[in-house]
Design a protein around this ligand. Sequence first.
Ligand SMILES: [Zn+2]
Ligand SMILES: [Zn+2]
Length: 362
Amino acid sequence: MRAAVLHEQRKPLTVEDVELADPGEGEVLVRMAASGVCHSCLHAADGSWTYPNLPVVLGDEGAGVVEKLGPGVKGLSVGDHVILSWAPTCGRCRYCVTGRPVLCERRPPPGRMYDGTTRMRLNGQPVYHYGTVATFGSQTVVPQDCAIPIRKDMPLDKAALIGCSVTTGLCSVLNIAQVPAGASMAVFGTGGIGLNAIQGGEICGAYPVIAVDVNDAKLEYAKQMGATHLVNAANEDAVAAIKKITGAGVAYSFVAVGDARVAEQAFEALEPGGTCTVIGLPPTGSRISVPSSLLVGPMRVLRGSSYGGARTFADFPRLVDLYLNGKLKLDELITRRYDVSEANEAFRALAAGEVARGLIVF
Ligand SMILES: [Zn+2]
Ligand SMILES: [Zn+2]
């Protein structure tokens, strides 16, 4: 199969013919239809996150069609349309059975299947999966709990985005913060995840929904996704601007950029009793520091969100239904389409803030 391979951090990806093994016990082979280009993959490629498992096929956001079943697979058939989840869920550990599968305790080791090996090889050497999936290839093998079946009338290119950015942004608002109608909120960072946190605000009926970024082009996307107020933090103090709009600050803030200083600002922009949800992961080794006087007496909350706390088997089909019934915007997110050979250009455009989302189409 044809895949974009990262051999070394801070070096361009190269397109290679990668050998793909048959799916093992409890695994499925998926022919990819499309893959979103996610910031987390850019962080692994550009070296801002430590990423030891190299070479790797990146890509954590994709959808396709099940082509082969490994032994013992239940609940999936050849021909099923699936969205890939980068968060394997054993379904049996204490977190899985209490509704927090994102915290599953029995995850496979990073870059590998449950049995500790990879399904990809190049010149006889193992090639790692990005997390557990690998969507920058024309085919991939994943554990069955990472292949979430969806309705066949859902276009697979749009479905791909539900695999990471849409779910992470939207479910941070719906599942983690559980923003009630009429509550105020602000989203710091209007990339792929931030835009979806903003549309989560619109779906919840939040008001105002304030978008904060330093890039006017990205703020325009935010407006399209439902932001009611735009703050360019390059031109004005974001905390002061939010307090000017709301009076005391927002009830909910979301940090959709991997920057500790921005997380501190988002915390300071809260009204007393407010909750700041940090979604973006700052560079390895960062610390977020907040004044204790703002935390304890005024009872503010600072919390993390991984994958929006997704319960993938429930949330992916729910988001598909929302899209097919006109309640979820996905078409508006796709700014450019690429061939897998253009993965480096897709990363460049993402880093430059030129796109809401780039999509690799197979
Ligand atoms: Zn991602
Ligand atoms: Zn589990």
